[in-house]
Design a protein around this ligand. Sequence first.
Ligand code: ADP
Length: 268
Amino acid sequence: MGNKLDDVTESRFSDEALGRARSELAHVARVSSLCTLTASIAHEVNQPLTGIATSAGTCVRMLDADPPDLTGARTTALRILRDTNRASAVVARLRALFAKKAPTLEVVDLNEAAREVTALSSSELQRAEVILRQEFADHLPPLTGDRVQLQQVILNLLLNAADAMRAVDDRPRQLIIGTRLDRPDRVILFVQDVGTGFEPQRADKLFEPFHTTKSDVMGIGLSVSRSIIESHHGRLWAMLNDGPGATFAFSIPCGPASSSDAGGVSAR
Ligand code: ADP
């Protein structure tokens, strides 16, 4: 009896340790995508800052004029305000995505979550000469889950797809991200590329931790992504396209109680 209690306690402790380790790993995976995005993020923040500096100069000149151009100065000040809001929105989105935060369950609009991630990665995709097409289904039912964790998965799939097309020069590097309803109670998100694909017998290996074909990364993105999707009672898989490239997709039950333990991925 005593032993059994010890076993239970021990297994609870090891569950907690496992949860903490996963949380650390998920965070490391997020930070490594952050590194990939650094140049684009700098660009996203720098653009409004340049606008602010220019407008501030214009505003001062308008106020210094004789007589001062108050209407012009006011309009320019409003432009400064708009650019400031733009810059802080980028920072807020980044903070939400990369901060170390306990998992939370909320109602998630998958289309909106995915649109935010594509906006954040759009200049990175442009730099990689990727043509992004968005095919989000209308009237997609919401799901319950951890929004940031799901965004991490989407970001990982997008960056992987862009990587897989890096060597493609003989066709447009087209990437499609989309959603659709699968039966009345599941939503699917897919990311389709025209990259190099993978050998069919390696399909399952891709999801193993530390499996990578790249030289400068850890190869934990897909394994962390799969554990996030599974904690949402969903499934994440890879398929080869009929034409070139691969499609990665996940499906998650939707509705109010679609996830009861997204926290399983991370420590509380
Ligand atoms: P990483 O991207 O750090 O290597 P991941 O776990 O995200 O780690 O991916 C593991 C491996 O799966 C990649 O190194 C790559 O070989 C393969 N892979 C992932 N996404 C794609 C894709 N869209 N097309 C082809 N291979 C892919």
